[in-house]
Write a protein that binds this ligand. Structure first.
Ligand code: FE2
Length: 437
């Protein structure tokens, strides 16, 4: 799962070129897993050239000085409709998933298009200025007017020139939790949602949960959409909808068009069952999204001690070459009153609670908030540091993915569609004490 070496291209740019139409050039970039520093030229919104030295003038130059230049972060799991509502109408006192759902059920009664759009755009800007340029958001469609969905579809279009947003139709209260929910889910797809969501472990019965998975696959095939299911987000070791999702991905051939989010119960399964399940998951080829900030917070709430971590088997999935990405899930909402949108915080939490502190493991966690996320969202054609691809990239105040995670490095430059979108100065400290050594 480690990202392979990126190819260095020397294209038609010759020596001593002085007029080129190059809009932006970054000098002395350190690409992930590359020892040689390169110049990166951008023209017409695309990566035009990558070489050890480009003798060319550009409208704008950025001296990177050997810092890490990376593909942008991918936020593969967030709820923009509930973002920035923490404390409305009340705080989550128990800290559980289920109290969060109850609070959100009350809050969403007062949703308006403008309310959702304003919070979603503010959150997207917060994310983008920290290097996130691809986002998959869930939109609650268990609400009769589909306000959240309509608002996020509008936002998706309004921001598409600087950030890519995918919208999942998410039946928060279950496909069969109320009589009209199934029809609302289908209506959301007709309106243009990119993916079908679900929450089988929250359906009223296990049979409803299994039936909801069948229904989700049926809708995905009928409307040709991706699937991203909140699956087994509970500590119950008997919550086993992941096997149903994987089996249907296998039978339908949808494979990597399917994503299982959370799967926290997988962390509680006995090892004999987990081993059997792993074989099925390998055959199915689905994607996984863990949300370590939220999983460590919401899960384990009914435990005394020892208290479970409540996160899925990230390391073991990665070791079997299954595609795992990481999401923030919540930013200041009924489930999580914290959150900054910083994907390095997410990666760092995964390093800790998944015990992935080996060098290759930490690099893998960086891939989980970058390239693996692009694979989950199926945006690989427009993602990556390769000549001819859209110029979406970030500069970090670090010289490696490991250092970026360790120091929670500042993203100093965000370049979207070939244009500088955001700049941030790293913090600087003036030491006024006696010499340390
Ligand atoms: Fe979620």
């Amino acid at each position: 799962m480690l990202q392979g070496c990126l190819p260095i291209y020397r294209d038609s740019l010759g020596p001593a070129m002085t007029s080129s139409g190059i809009g932006l050039i970054l000098r002395q970039c350190r690409l992930p897993h590359h020892s040689e520093l390169v110049d990166l030229a951008i023209k017409d919104g695309q990566i035009h050239a990558l070489a050890s030295h480009l003798d060319v003038l550009a409208d704008q130059e950025i001296a990177v000085h050997g810092k890490l230049v990376s593909p942008p972060f991918v936020e593969s799991h967030i709820h923009l409709d509930s973002a920035l509502t923490a404390g409305q109408p009340r705080w989550n006192q128990s800290g559980t998933l289920f109290e969060g759902i109850d609070i959100w059920r009350d809050r969403k009664q007062s949703l308006t298009l403008e309310d959702v759009k304003a919070r979603a755009r503010a959150t997207l800007q917060l994310q983008a200025q920290q290097g996130v340029l691809f986002v998959r958001t869930h939109a609650d469609v268990s609400e009769v007017n589909l306000v959240a969905l309509k608002a996020l579809l509008e936002v998706r279009e309004a921001v598409k020139d600087w950030i890519t947003v995918q919208v999942v139709a998410f039946p928060q209260d279950g496909v069969y939790g109320s009589p009209g929910n199934d029809a609302l889910l289908e209506e959301a797809l007709k309106l243009g949602a990119d993916a079908v969501g679900g929450i089988p472990h929250y359906e009223l019965t296990r049979e409803d949960g299994v039936q909801s998975v069948h229904r989700i696959f049926e809708l995905a095939q009928r409307y040709d959409r991706l699937i991203d299911i909140h699956c087994d987000e509970i500590d119950d070791d008997q919550s086993r909808f992941l096997e149903v999702v994987a089996a249907w991905a296998l039978r339908t051939g949808l494979g990597d068009r399917v994503t299982a989010s959370h799967t926290t119960a997988f962390g509680s399964y006995n090892n004999a069952y987990a081993l059997k399940l792993m074989g099925l998951l390998e055959r199915a080829g689905i994607n996984f999204i863990a949300n370590p900030l939220i999983n460590i917070t919401l899960q384990g709430r009914t435990d005394t001690y020892p208290k479970r971590r409540g996160v899925t088997r990230v390391k073991e999935l990665w070791q079997r070459d299954l595609n795992v990405s990481l999401g923030h899930d919540c930013i200041q909402d009924p489930w999580y009153s914290l959150g900054t949108g910083n994907m390095l915080s997410v990666a760092s939490m995964a390093v800790h609670i998944c015990q992935m502190t080996g060098q290759r493991e930490m690099e893998a966690c960086y891939a989980m908030v970058t390239t693996n996320g692009a694979r989950t969202l199926k945006v690989e054609d427009s993602y990556g540091l390769e000549v001819g691809k859209p110029a979406n990239l970030i500069v970090l105040d670090a010289d490696s993915p490991y250092e970026a995670i360790r120091r929670s490095a500042t993203v100093t430059h965000v370049i979207s569609r070939g244009k500088l979108l955001a700049q941030t100065q790293p913090p600087a400290t003036s030491w006024l004490g006696p010499p340390a050594a």
